[in-house]
Design a protein around this ligand. Sequence first.
Ligand code: TYR
Length: 518
Amino acid sequence: MSPPGIKSERAVRFDGSRLAIEDVSSLSRREREAELGTTSDFRQRITRGAEFLDRLLAEDGNIYGVTTGYGDSCTVSIPPDLVAELPHHLYAYHGIGAGRFLTPEETRAVLATRLASLTQGVSGVGLGLLTQLEQLMRLDILPLIPAEGSVGASGDLTPLSYVAAVLCGEREVWHRGEKRPAAEVLAQHGLKPLKLRPKEGLAIMNGTSVMTALACLAWERAEYVSRLATRLTAFNVVASAGNAHHFDEALFALKPHVGQQRVAARLRQDLASERPSRNEQRLQDRYSLRCAPHVMGVLEDALPFFRAQIENELNSANDNPLIDPDSERVLHGGHFYGGHIAFAMDGLKNAVANVADLLDRQLALLVDTRYNHGLPSNLSGSTGPRAAINHGLKAVQISVSAWTAEALKQTMPASVFSRSTECHNQDKVSMGTIAARDCLRVLELTEQVVAAMLIAARQGVTLRRRIAQETGLSPSLASMQADLEQRIPLVVEDRALDKELQVLLGAIRAREWRLYEA
Ligand SMILES: N[C@@H](Cc1ccc(O)cc1)C(=O)O
C-alpha cells in the first residue's frame, strides 16, 4: 500500500490542487515529473492575474514592490521608466548567500515548493515564468542555492534569489553532474532567459519555499527513523533478555496517546513469539526499554500534526502582495512569515534527537556486562584466547555517543532567536530555514546512530542466541535478522566498520526495509 498522499500517476500536477509531502519528495528523487496545469480554467486564471496587474499599473496604481522600493524602502517611489528594471535589482542585491549549497534533492524540492505556491494563482505572475520553472524541473537544471542567509520572514529571499537569477540566465546551476553557468545551460536547451515582469521578482523570492521544501524532506526521513527505531528497540529487548510485557495492550489502553499506542502495538507485533522474552531476575527493564513507546510516541504523535502544518504551508500563497484575479484586489500582508514551519522543524528536531538519545542509552546497556544480562563485553563475537585482543563494538558505541551528543546540541530552538532586521521593517522573523537545516542535521546524525544500532542489533541477537538457543524471534524480527546477517558479517575479529555503516546509511535513506506496513 502506498503511504497516504502518494498518487499513482507519474506526473505531479501544479494547478492549485492540494499537494502532499510525498509529491515533493518523489519529485526531489526524480521518481515523478512536474507538470504545469493545462486546463484553460487554470491558464486563464493565471493570465487574468497578470493582466489585472498590468492594468493597475497603467492606471497609475500604487503597488508595493512594483512602484515602490522593497521592504522598508516602500516609501521610495519608482519612476515609471525604471519600474521594469526593479525585479532584476531584487535578485541582484540578494545574491549574498553563503554556506553549503543545497543538494540536488533539496533544490528540486525548492523548485517544486515555489511552483506550488505560485500556481495558487494569486501572485500576479505570467505563464512564462511558471513554464520556465516547470522546464527547470523537467530538464533537471538546478540553481546552485547557498543554504545560509535567510531569516525566514520576508520568506527565503536570499536563497530564492538564486532561483530568480537562474530563471533569468544568471549565476550557476548543477546540470547532469556538472556545475555550469546558467546562461549556457538554458541556451543548450533552447530556453530563453526570462525578462521578469513587474512583481515577478517578489513573487519568486518573497516566500517560504526553501524552509518548506526542507521540511517536506525532513518529515519523510523522520517518519522512517521512527519506524526503524521501534524495530531496533524490539531487537534490543530480545538481545538484552528484556521484558516484552512492558508493551501490554491493556497497559497502553490506559494512556490514550494514539502514536504511543501505535509504537507499543508495533513492539508487541515484533516481540510476539512462542517464547516471549521475560527476564526472571529483573521484572522491570530500565527506562530506555520500558519507556521506549513513551519517547518514540512523542515523535509518532507529533508527525501528523507537523504534516498538517507543512502541507498547509506547501499549499499556501506565501508571497506579498497577493493579487486576487477574481475580486481584482491587491492584498498587502505578511504571508512570507514561516512561523509554522519554524515551529514544526524546531519540534521535529527535538523529537528526533530524543530518539537518537533513546537508542544511545539502549546501546550503553547492551555493551556493558553489568547491564546486558550475560552478553559479552562490547558485544564482542570473539571467544577463546583471541578474545583478549578484540574489542567488539567499543568504538561503535563511542561514535554513537558522539553523534547523539551532536544531535542533542542542535536542538536549541531557532524560532526563539528572532532579531529585528532590515531597518526594523522585518522586526520579528521566523528563522524557519535555520530550524529546517538544524532538523536535517539532527536527522543525518540520528540516521548514523540508527545505522550503528543495526550493526549492534544484528550482533546482539546472534550473541544472545549463542547463550540461549531457545530465544524465539517473531516472524518480523526473524526475517529482518536474516536480512541483516546478509548485510553485516558478524564482528568477530576487529575491523573498520565505517564503509559498512555508509552502506547501511544508504539503505536507510532508500527506505529498503518495509516496516509495519499494512
Ligand atoms: N518581504 C518584504 C519585501 C522585501 C523584499 C526584499 C527585501 O530586501 C526586503 C523586504 C515585504 O513584502 O514587505
